[in-house]
Design a protein around this ligand. Structure first.
Ligand SMILES: [Zn+2]
Length: 424
C-alpha cells in the first residue's frame, strides 16, 4: 500500500518551523518527505491547510477502565481503589474487558493517539482490541503481591511469549508492577528477573500520593523510589507513572537510570493526589511523557486535554508562566513520550524511515483561527475532535473521523450494558 499525503503543514517534531510538504508512505514506513512528490499511490490524501504531525503517545493507561467512567467520581485514590474499583474488577469477564478496551481504542484514535501504554489483567482481550482497532500499544499484565498459587507473574510471561511483536509489531509487551505499596520485595525481584530474561521494560505507579510515600517510609524507612532501587528495578528500563512526590535524592536516582516518567495531570488532580513538578524533572534531564491514566480517574482519554492541563499546572506550580511552552508540551506528547516507552527509534516524529504513525488535523475552525503560532494552536486551542484522519503502521485507521471497520455504535451500546450491569 502506498499513501501520498499532499500539501499538508508538516510539524515533524524535528524541525522547529512548519513547512508545507508531501509525504509518501510505503508499507508501514515513511518513505519520502519532500516539497512536491509526483509518484503513483494507491491512495492520495489532500491535506491542504491541514496539519500533519506524529500521532500522540499516551504513556500511561488502563484502557479497559472505560466502563468505570463517571462511576465514583469524587473520591481520593485509596478510597477509590479499595471501595469503587477493586471489588468490581474482580468480577469483570474477558468479554467485558475486550469491549471496554475497544471503546477506549476508538476514543484514543478519535482524539489523535496512535500509541498507548497499558497495564491491566486478562490482557489478551486488550491485545485483541488493539489488533482490531489498528492502534499501537505496549501492554502488560499487572503484578502485585499474591498468595499461592502465584499466577500473575506466569500470566505476565505468557502474555509476552504469546503477544510480543504481534499484529505486525503493533503490539509490544513489557511487565508491570502495580505500585510499591502493593508489591513486596520478593514480588519486585521476581518481576525484575522476568524483565531481564526477555529484555522487557518495567511499568509501575510511583509516588502517586503523599500517603504512599508516608506508608513506604514507615514500613521500610526509605522513599518508594529508594525501595525500587534497593530491589533492582532500575537495572532494567523503567517507566514511572505519576511521580507526584519525588525527593531530591529520588530525582538523583531517576536521572542516572534508564528511566522516564509518565505524567498524568488530570488523574492526579481529580483524585486530589497533587501536582508533579515536571519542569523540575525536565531540568534534571529526566524524560517526561504524558499519559491519561484510565478513564475511571480521568473520564476522557483525550491527550489534547492532558496537554493543556500539563502546561497550566506547571505555570501555577512554578509561579512562572514561561516555565514551559506549547512546543515543550507537544514534544512531551510525541517524541519524548516515544522515548519514555523506548520506542523513539521507530515512532514519535515524522522522519523518513520511521514507522508511519501520523495524524491529520483540521485547523480551519473558529476555536483555532487566527493562527499566530502553530504550536500554540495545537496545544492551547485545538481539541481531540479536530483530528480528522489517523494512520498507524502505514494503514489508515480513521478517515474523516470515521473509524475503519468498527461498528462504533455497537461498541458503545455494549459498554453501556456492562456499566449498567455493575452500577445500576
Ligand atoms: Zn494508573
Amino acid at each position: 500500500m502506498r499513501i501520498l499525503i499532499k500539501n499538508g503543514i508538516v510539524i515533524d517534531m524535528v524541525n522547529k518551523e512548519p513547512k508545507v510538504k508531501d509525504i509518501l508512505i510505503v508499507g508501514n514506513k515513511i518513505e519520502k518527505i519532500e516539497h512536491k512528490i509526483e509518484e503513483n499511490a494507491d491512495k492520495i490524501i489532500n491535506a491542504e491547510n491541514k496539519v500533519i504531525m506524529p500521532g500522540l503517545v499516551n504513556c500511561h493507561n488502563h484502557c479497559a477502565m472505560s466502563i468505570f467512567r463517571g462511576h465514583s467520581d469524587d473520591l481520593e485514590l485509596q478510597e477509590w481503589l479499595n471501595n469503587a474499583i477493586w471489588p468490581v474488577e474482580e468480577k469483570l469477564t474477558k468479554e467485558e474487558i475486550y469491549y471496554a478496551s475497544l471503546l477506549s481504542c476508538i476514543e484514543m484514535i478519535k482524539t489523535g493517539t496512535t500509541t498507548f501504554h497499558d497495564m491491566y489483567f486478562l490482557m489478551e482481550n486488550v491485545a485483541k482490541a488493539v489488533e482490531e482497532s489498528g492502534i499501537r500499544a505496549l501492554i502488560s499484565r499487572t503484578v502485585v503481591t499474591e498468595e499461592e498459587p502465584r499466577t500473575r507473574l506466569k500470566e505476565a510471561e505468557e502474555l509476552y511469549l504469546k503477544y510480543n511483536k504481534k499484529a505486525n509489531g503493533r503490539i509490544l509487551v513489557n511487565v508491570s508492577l502495580h505500585a510499591p505499596y502493593t508489591c513486596d520485595e520478593r514480588t519486585i525481584k521476581k518481576c525484575v528477573e522476568l524483565a531481564k530474561k526477555y529484555k522487557m521494560s518495567i511499568h509501575i505507579h510511583l509516588s502517586e500520593t503523599e500517603k504512599e510515600n508516608k506508608d513506604i517510609k514507615e514500613k521500610y524507612g526509605i522513599t518508594p523510589t529508594e525501595y525500587l532501587k534497593k530491589n533492582g528495578v532500575f537495572e532494567v528500563k523503567t517507566i514511572l507513572a505519576h511521580c507526584v512526590y519525588l525527593s531530591s535524592n529520588d530525582i538523583n536516582i531517576i536521572k542516572k537510570e534508564n528511566t522516564g516518567i509518565a505524567h498524568n495531570p488530570i488523574s492526579n488532580l481529580k483524585l486530589s493526589s497533587g501536582m508533579a513538578n515536571i519542569v523540575k524533572y525536565k531540568e534534571n534531564g529526566i524524560t517526561v511523557g504524558i499519559g491519561t491514566d484510565g478513564a475511571g480517574s480521568t473520564n476522557t482519554l483525550d491527550m489534547f486535554e492532558e496537554m493543556k492541563v500539563s502546561a497550566y499546572i506547571q505555570k501555577v506550580l512554578n509561579k512562572k508562566s514561561s516555565c514551559i511552552n506549547a512546543e515543550d508540551i507537544l514534544k512531551m506528547a510525541t517524541t519524548d513520550g516515544a522515548k519514555v516507552l523506548g520506542l523513539d527509534k521507530e515512532i514519535g516524529s515524522i522522519e523518513e524511515g520511521k514507522k508511519a504513525d501520523i495524524i491529520i488535523i483540521n485547523i480551519e475552525k473558529p476555536h483555532i483561527k487566527p493562527i499566530n503560532n502553530i504550536y500554540s494552536a495545537l496545544v492551547y486551542s485545538a481539541v481531540g475532535q479536530d483530528v480528522e484522519t489517523s494512520i498507524v503502521d502505514g494503514k489508515i485507521i480513521m478517515e474523516n473521523r470515521e473509524i475503519i471497520g468498527i461498528d462504533e455504535k455497537m461498541i458503545m451500546d455494549k459498554c453501556q450494558k456492562i456499566s449498567d450491569k455493575y452500577f445500576r
